[in-house]
Design a protein around this ligand. Structure first.
Ligand code: NIG
Length: 407
């Protein structure tokens, strides 16, 4: 399919370096007020600053007059593969119960673990595909999806296979992550040792090079156990990401540079010193403001991290416990209000920087030769993406050069 988008306000992060933008670079957008984007063979063929009246006959024409065209979102932190719901626990939380107390009492993540263990690989894939479709309609062209609700070797592999299966049926790109250290399973004696000795090598054999993740938190994985898991994963050749400083700062950030962590996600409990250390570490910070909205009103201080020269991405964290939201536009609206990003930084955080964290060099920006993952907003000004909230601002979605949705 050959497509030309005409009359578009083209907005993309500036520069052709695929590395994450840090500090002041995050606000550098390149804006062409009235331009054409030519798409051929799944790629962006060229972009020209000419509105263009007529298109060549064999090109499908999309008129974007009065609308923003930008890279499709890359949602770099989700737990979208799950079964069941946590509605009863949510009501308990509304009455004052704390997230970590519910986890300690055997609920929370463990309640979703029970639902996932009871589901088949096919059921998990079907549930995930429905959610991925909703994500795509809201502009997500690439989604990271974590395991972590299986915890046994068999159930973690079942989740990762379901994520792979759903991804194969979805027009966008799914990036699976093995969240082997998500909780401490009370039903498995020596759970941490078993995860390191048995689950990690089994996952490594079937999914070589997959990113390994853990939840380093009081009541979940201790700092020492997280480091043991990560050191073994590094020996097996796996990149690392981590959930840290969500409720308690256990000191994981101090190890980010040595371990070469791709990202540290959450950071609601990080103080100024930790953010300074993170900014200098090379790891990006991923902030997850839907979690603050749903759990307890605490938000990571992404403003300080960027002001210290750090790289920030924003993601939905879509999951049934702490962030039941799959819409990146909502995460953007919250990140600007509560994590104190500017609208321009939030665009970089959900496109170019998210691509860098997932190690993509072929997407996240609009540039000739990159994959044509593109969205058209109904907005005339990109700041409205952050300003307006509560409905879907995405009028058209193109992934891999195919029009998937056009309102
Ligand atoms: O990133 N905090 C750990 N993991 C998820 C929540 C998962 C759940 O509650 O089911 C998060 O917020």
């Amino acid at each position: 399919m050959k497509i030309v988008i005409r009359n578009a306000r083209v907005v993309t992060t500036d520069g052709s370096d695929p590395a994450a933008r840090r500090g002041g670079e995050m606000s550098g957008l390149r804006v062409l007020p009235c331009a054409r984007v030519w798409i051929k063979d799944g790629l962006i063929d060229s972009i020209d600053a000419d509105p263009g009246e007529d298109s060549p006959e064999d090109w499908r024409d999309l008129d974007a007059a009065g609308r923003v065209v930008m890279p499709a979102f890359i949602d770099c932190h989700t737990h979208a593969c799950f079964a069941g719901d946590r509605l009863d626990e949510w009501e308990m939380k509304r009455r004052g119960a704390a997230y970590l107390d519910i986890l300690r009492a055997g609920g929370g993540i463990m309640s979703t673990v029970r639902a996932v263990r009871a589901a088949s690989q096919e059921q998990l894939a079907e549930l995930l595909l429905v959610r991925l479709t909703a994500m795509l309609n809201h502009g997500t062209g690439t989604a990271e999806v974590k395991s972590g609700y299986g915890l046994t070797t068999g159930d973690e592999l079942k989740m990762l296979r379901a994520i792979r299966d759903a991804g194969a049926l979805w027009p966008g790109t799914v990036v699976p992550t093995a969240l082997l250290g998500h909780a401490i399973d009370p039903d498995q004696p020596d759970f941490v040792d078993r995860t390191i000795r048995e689950t990690l090598p089994a996952v490594s054999a079937e999914f070589p090079g997959i990113t390994i993740d853990a939840f380093c938190e009081a009541g979940a994985w201790t700092l020492a156990d997280t480091l043991r898991l990560f050191e073994r994963a590094l020996e097996l050749g796996h990149p690392l990401r981590v959930h840290a400083d969500q409720f308690n700062s256990l000191g994981l950030i101090g190890h980010a540079a040595r371990l070469g962590l791709r990202s540290i996600d959450h950071l609601e409990a990080s103080d100024a010193r930790a953010l300074t250390e993170l900014a200098a570490s090379g790891a990006a910070g991923v902030v997850l403001p839907c979690c603050g909205l749903h759990v307890d009103g605490r938000y990571a201080d992404a403003r300080s991290l960027i002001d210290r020269g750090g790289a920030v991405a924003v993601a939905t964290n879509f999951n049934p416990g702490s962030a039941p939201c799959y819409a990146v536009p909502m995460a953007v609206a919250l990140a600007v209000r509560f994590n104190r990003l500017t609208p321009a930084e939030a665009i970089t955080a959900t496109t170019a920087n998210a691509a860098a964290i997932l190690d993509f060099t072929d997407r996240g920006r609009l540039e000739a030769g990159l994959r044509a993952d593109i969205i058209m907003l109904r907005h005339r000004d990109e700041r409205l993406l952050a300003h307006d909230f509560g409905d879907n601002p995405v009028d058209a979605v193109i992934v891999g050069g195919r029009i998937i949705r056009h309102a």
